[in-house]
Design a protein around this ligand. Structure first.
Ligand SMILES: [Fe+2]
Length: 274
């Protein structure tokens, strides 16, 4: 278990009817970089990015500097009013699918590329995935537990017991992050790949807020030819709705290793308490 989160140094959204079509059965039915401490299974009482002492843990040094160059600057997040137009559209709900881990792994932090204290990272295209959780007025939601899970580079889920032998044991496969006052979340993970049954690469999200039912969606990769062949993606409302869950995975200019960055704000149908 990593004990310190890695966070970007400057860290500070509609219902979709289930739409399963033949050939898309994989997910068609039934559920800062290390933010691990305090996240016991089933618990939402984790530490927040903003609670971390500056320079502590793996976030310090070159990695922190690198993250700072990703463009995850405060300016991107500090003007909720400027996004009022966009926020008129809530993030589409997309079904959970069958591969939410029935038993959470020991390591559930927000760096999915390193399991526990391993020095061997997962194989695949490294992706810095970030965004904010917002209410329908565009204000950040604090204490939202953001959970993600996705396949390894071979297209296999952590929870796919029938293919466990082929699973990349260095890929955490699942991670979670508790938002602070900015509503920001951050994960280091892999660019998803297609797998049998799902032609559109995607990352599953589940959001948990106290007193509310868990809410799920899926994030898709802009420009993927498999999207148009994926029943779930096609079933997401209209073109505008699909666009809300389909984002660019862009090369990070500062990276010599071909790392990617993806930005996904999640707007929930929630009106803040007065
Ligand atoms: Fe899936």
């Amino acid at each position: 278990m990593n004990t310190n989160p890695i966070v970007p140094s400057s860290a500070g959204a509609a219902r979709l009817d289930t739409a399963t079509t033949p050939g898309d059965s994989g997910c068609g039915s039934p559920s800062p970089l290390h933010q691990g401490r305090g996240w016991g299974e089933g618990s939402l009482s984790g530490s927040r990015a903003e609670d971390r002492p500056a320079g502590s843990g793996p976030a310090s040094g070159s990695r922190r500097a690198f993250l700072a160059r990703l463009g995850l600057g405060a300016a991107l997040f500090a003007v909720p009013g400027a996004f009022a137009e966009e926020l008129a559209r809530k993030t589409p709900w997309v079904e959970e699918g069958p591969f939410y881990p029935p038993k959470l792994p020991l390591d559930t932090d927000n760096d999915l590329l390193i399991v526990n204290d391993s020095i061997t990272p997962a194989v695949g295209e490294v992706t810095h995935l970030s965004g904010r959780v917002l209410d329908k007025r565009g204000d950040p939601i604090r204490n939202a537990a953001v959970e993600i899970w996705s396949v390894d580079s071979h297209g296999i889920y952590l929870a796919d017991s029938s293919n466990r032998g082929q699973y990349d044991s260095h890929f955490q496969g699942f991670g979670r992050f508790l938002t602070g006052s900015t509503g920001e979340y951050y994960f280091r993970t892999l660019r998803p790949v297609a797998y049998p049954g799902r032609r559109a690469p995607h990352i599953h999200f589940k959001l948990k807020l106290k007193g509310r039912d868990p809410w799920t969606t899926q994030l898709f990769v802009k420009g993927e030819p498999g999207n148009a062949q994926d029943g779930l993606w096609r079933g997401i409302g209209d073109e505008q709705a699909r666009a809300l869950v389909t984002v660019d995975f862009v090369p990070v200019k500062a990276s010599r290793l071909g790392e990617l960055a993806a930005r996904f704000d999640i707007v929930l149908d929630i009106t803040p308490a007065a």
